[in-house]
Design a protein around this ligand. Structure first.
Ligand code: FE2
Ligand code: FE2
Length: 262
């Protein structure tokens, strides 16, 4: 069974890192020597992350006061610190690799959003923002918020994007950039695990689970062909398996999802 808030708080405290300490500048010259097709795919993914990480850092605000106990609230707070760190890393990436002009993160983000896929922008700038407002108005909607934020956006969209980035960076021509993505991915793994823990504690309505299942299966395509089909189908299967393994799927759906939870 998945661990409680104390476990996640301890993990968060142990997995600290400094986004300004990663020597990204050393990878800028090899970045410009990449094949144009590879550089274009990486650009789309990195631009999407730049927008997404800014929004997840911002929109996590209403989750902490909506938590039913101080332990869960503290973990949302620790997660928000992670998301701010991720947003900072991707802002540096925007400036160094995506040639985003501007003196501040907001203007760099305005530039890179023009490079990101429209469905990714829609999910993080519209869908997530609406869910965060709904949660701020009505804290009883926390399970809906967690299912979208932790299990669809982090567990599916960002997971698919991270797997594609790590596959593209696998030859180690950009080792510092790869290292930064690995650190983000390590944090996101506990965020998704924490989301599952919250769902178990919050006992969501069947409609919330049905929406979670359906939105996750659709959201895996948000990056389009930039994420290879094999990664998309692996992440979609992992989404369903994860919900089945934690008893979140209705009995009629659970048998379809065989195998271990990811
Ligand atoms: Fe993040
Ligand atoms: Fe996260």
């Amino acid at each position: 069974m998945i661990s409680g808030p104390r476990h996640f708080a301890a993990l968060a405290a142990r997995l600290q890192w400094d986004p300004d300490a990663i020597d990204l500048a050393s990878d800028v010259e090899p970045w410009h020597r990449l094949e144009p097709g590879l550089r274009r795919r990486l650009t789309i993914l990195l631009a999407g992350f730049c927008v997404a990480e800014h929004h997840v850092a911002d929109e996590l605000g209403p989750f902490e006061p909506a938590a039913p106990d101080p332990g869960m609230a503290a973990v949302f707070g620790a997660q928000r610190a992670d998301e701010r760190r991720h947003a900072r890393l991707f802002d540096r990436i925007a400036a160094l690799f995506l040639s985003a002009p501007g003196r501040d993160a907001r203007s760099r983000r305005r530039f890179v959003r023009g490079l990101a896929p429209a469905p990714v922008l829609d999910l993080f700038e519209q869908r997530l923002v609406r869910a965060a407002w709904a949660l701020a108005d009505d804290p009883s909607r926390l399970a809906e918020g967690v299912s979208l934020y932790h299990l669809v956006l982090e567990g599916v969209v960002l997971t698919a994007g991270q797997q594609a980035l790590l596959a593209e960076l696998g030859d180690d021509r950009l080792p510092h950039l790869r290292h930064g993505i690995e650190l983000v991915e390590r944090d996101e793994r506990w965020h998704v695990g924490f989301g599952l823990r919250c769902m178990l504690d919050l006992c969501p309505e069947p409609e919330t689970i049905a929406t979670l299942l359906r939105e996750g299966e659709l959201a895996v395509d948000a990056w389009g062909a930039t994420v290879p089909a094999a990664i998309r189908s692996r992440v979609a299967a992992q989404h369903r398996r994860r919900l089945a393994a934690f008893g979140l799927l209705p009995a009629g759906e659970a048998h379809v999802a065989a195998g271990p939870a990811g």
